[in-house]
Design a protein around this ligand. Sequence first.
Ligand SMILES: NC(=O)C1=CN([C@@H]2O[C@H](COP(=O)(O)OP(=O)(O)OC[C@H]3O[C@@H](n4cnc5c(N)ncnc54)[C@H](O)[C@@H]3O)[C@@H](O)[C@H]2O)[C@H](O)CC1
Ligand SMILES: [K+]
Length: 539
Amino acid sequence: MSSQHPSGGYGGVAGQGGTPGALTRLSPHALLTPAQMGAADRAAPAAGAPGAQLMEAAGAAVARAIREHWPPMPVCVLCGPGNNGGDGFVVARLLRDAGWPVRVALWGERAALRGDAARAAGAWTGPVEPAAPACLDGAGLIVDALLGAGLGRAPAGALESLIQAVNAAAAPVCAIDVPTGLDGGSGRCPGAVVQADLTVTFCRRKPGHLLLPGRALCGALVCADIGMPDAALAPLVPEAHANHPDLWLDVFPWPRTDGHKYRRGHALVVGGERMLGASRLACQAAARIGAGLVTLTAPSSAWAIQAGALTSVMVEALPPDGALDQVLADPRRNALLIGPGLGRAPQGRRQVLDLLATRRPCVLDADALSVFADRPEALIDALHGQCALTPHEGEFARLFDPGPDAAPRAGDGAPSRAVGDKLQRARAAARRCGAVVVLKGADTVIAAPDGRCVINDNAPPTLATAGTGDVLAGCITGLLAAGMPVFQAACAAVWLHGLAAGRLGWGLLAEDLPGELPGALAALADGYGTHDGTHLWRT
Ligand SMILES: NC(=O)C1=CN([C@@H]2O[C@H](COP(=O)(O)OP(=O)(O)OC[C@H]3O[C@@H](n4cnc5c(N)ncnc54)[C@H](O)[C@@H]3O)[C@@H](O)[C@H]2O)[C@H](O)CC1
Ligand SMILES: [K+]
């Protein structure tokens, strides 16, 4: 796909539908689901990496991470009935060979172990006792090798008691692959779950390592290369290359930062008469991230305040009826934002629909979404493929999950409720409305109507501060104005927003964020690779 943007500020991305066709190897930043990992495991032997070799490499990676994180101390390795347990036996052997005092406790029957796990258990020459809470007595470190990618249901009975004992123990915990009880695909926990201090996973991170609560349960995360052959991963490339913003920055067609201001587009922000600072924050962010020009519309009652508070952002008063005809007349105003400070008056609903009718790239945030809470269809049916919605969970639920009593929707048979984990809900909503959905949170998910979906993992807790959503909406709008396609603009903006916030540290105020964006952009380009004015490559 290559599109010469009206602002002229944009190169093209190889491949169809925005998918980077040039990528044939799985990016180191891509995520894999447990099912995809399992497929790679099954393909590995034919690609020259037998399971026993992968298990030895996995165990060695865990033992190495443990020795890097902790000094030698008594270790209790809790092994489960599958290959996660097999990894545990390898870890036990390697730590003992390094002189650590190691105790191995097996949850399940040794005779029931199969394949690589049975081989690894056979190579452990020390005693193996039945796993029970008492095994943890005296342990300075606990290794959780009970369940990994094979979690099938909520842990119950003795396993549940064991997990509770692990969490009650004073010793730190190193989890192998995923903390036992955590669903590596969704980040959810059907029941009891181990709280780890360190998690060592293999080959690629899984969505459950980034989505909450999973991310909070993993502790520090190490992703180890265990020598999975590219040939075993190659079939996963197209599907997997939708799962992480890093990847998109690898091949992003970055908007031009040189040339005439009109080459970098003109962002138009439709402000309201409430929370005047919200639309100002959005305008400042759009300007600092890359838009050549930014205009804010304001009701006449707020015009003087807004005009007095802004400098490089132009402020235009709207007529009393809030009509947008005049401010939309100039087609060079090529990226539109409505929502910050809009208010819930019915006029806002008409303004949203007027913006959407232009079919120009458009970001809908905050009140622009809430003003349709009682009639989501009116908004969903008016959206188009150049739109990005930026709901938080509450706004999302009002639009896409009207609750258990909602009448089934007519039409495409999409579920009336967006159900499932965060990835599934965001994807379903994007498919339903035909627009990009940025489902915000500490684990923001960005989903495109064609199924591409990424999880952002760099948002610091300080972003949970008033006004940061306005800044994000402005960031997306600024990148749209500069010519970036809507899905890439949403991914890049979310990533930069988190990067900027991380650079500001604690005590973050939303008004500090726009000023940090150029620094974040520079860090992104300088810290991550080369930037040739139209593309940014990550090393
Ligand atoms: N390339 C890689 O990532 C490698 C991963 N390895 C490790 O293999 C495990 C996955 O192993 P698997 O045998 O498929 O599953 P588990 O060991 O996680 O589970 C074992 C077994 O337990 C049963 N089970 C599931 N849920 C429950 C429950 N709630 N209660 C009771 N029993 C349950 C079920 O039958 C499972 O099959 C992966 O995590 C890595 O650690 C390879 O060692 C190296 C390559
Ligand atoms: K585990």
